[in-house]
Design a protein around this ligand. Sequence first.
Ligand code: UD1
Length: 418
Amino acid sequence: MEIIKVKGGKPLTGRVRISGAKNAALVLMAASVLAHGESVIENVPRIQDVEILISLLQSIGVEVEWRQDSTLAIHVPDNVCQRTPYDLSKRLRASNLLLGSIIGRLGFAEISLPGGCDIGSRPMDLHLKGLQMLGFETQVEHGYILGKAVRPKGSKIYLDFPSVGATENIMMAACVVPGSTIIENVAKEPEIVDLANFLNAMGAKVRGAGTDIIRIEGVPILKGVRYGVIPDRIEAGTYMTAAAISGGDVTLENVIPTHVQPVVAKLRESGAKIVEVDDEIRVTAEQKAVPLDIKTMPYPGFPTDMQSQMMALLSLANGTSVIVENVFENRLQVADELRRMGARIKVEGHTAVVEGVERLYGTCVKATDLRAGAALLVAGLAADGTTEVGHAQHIYRGYENVIEKFTNLGADLEAVEN
Ligand code: UD1
């Protein structure tokens, strides 16, 4: 088990550069399978989820290599394999994004269901509904989604929920299906816009990304391109929250301020001072957070991926806050670990009532998922004594150079292997 030890009590100060977005990099890497020729993706974070997807791509015959620190070159041969292996797929939920790209490229695909996940049930009904409406036959057999083109044709698809993954899989397949596709009630996350820009650079015709309706005209072929991933808004939000909880003064570089607006708004409400200049954001906080209420929602609502970190911050607020988790049902479970640190949090159903306490105390806790791990690190920065965050491998899945970045900001933390 990997552990990160944090000694709390030091205000973070200095500058931190935000890496490329995990969730954008993963979907662009998957989408590269659609392209003939070589795709070169820049600003890819070197995190474990990316490494697992590289292994998955290689396992189906795709050539992938790091060109420089954060540049990936991807070349897809004509005889790429249609079947993804379970042992790698189960380690990465985003492996399901290969469904849209492999089926788009080959006309058939056998994708291992990624399986359960600590943050809640993660069905794929909307992905399959969309593909069926595009003329693909799909069935689930022996833990695999089997899909094949029967009468591929553009269609009008309505998503019952603006699922990020379903929007992405349907977009990828629709780009190379003949005719016009209209997808309604789609996800509007910045990663969707990044995917649309990437696909368009490859020769696709996608319009409307970032709004509720995406329109796609199918094209016969897509070509490899060079493209840079957007900055990671969740990594940015995590460092902003860390700056606030530690009473620090931190400037984030390489941020798109509009992408982090929901988090900025809540941090301002909590009393932090935030100044945005071009692609930089400076966060300073001098006193305990003011309590506030949060409801997670699809973008541009407050991101579920930032909910745990905010719970850590609000654990030390000057009063009682209410958090409602509307996206993933198990995502309030970090409360159990924060309670071990002295937090006073009551969870009922989708709601957590967080009564701010005077102090948090360092102890042994465990990361149950990626963002829970980030939240425990953030809490540890402000706790008395040393916090040992176990199962830290979850944190390495999504945060590039996390030890180095926090250390450069003056935090006292080290990685230990147990
Ligand atoms: C993506 C992100 C994840 C983020 C989430 C919500 C990636 C790799 N991951 O996950 O970090 O937390 O968006 O912003 O980009 N649902 C269905 N049926 C479906 C698909 C989804 O009911 O077919 C439900 C899910 O159970 C969940 C909700 O929709 O309750 C949101 O899921 P979705 O937006 O699909 O999340 P992911 O794409 O898996």
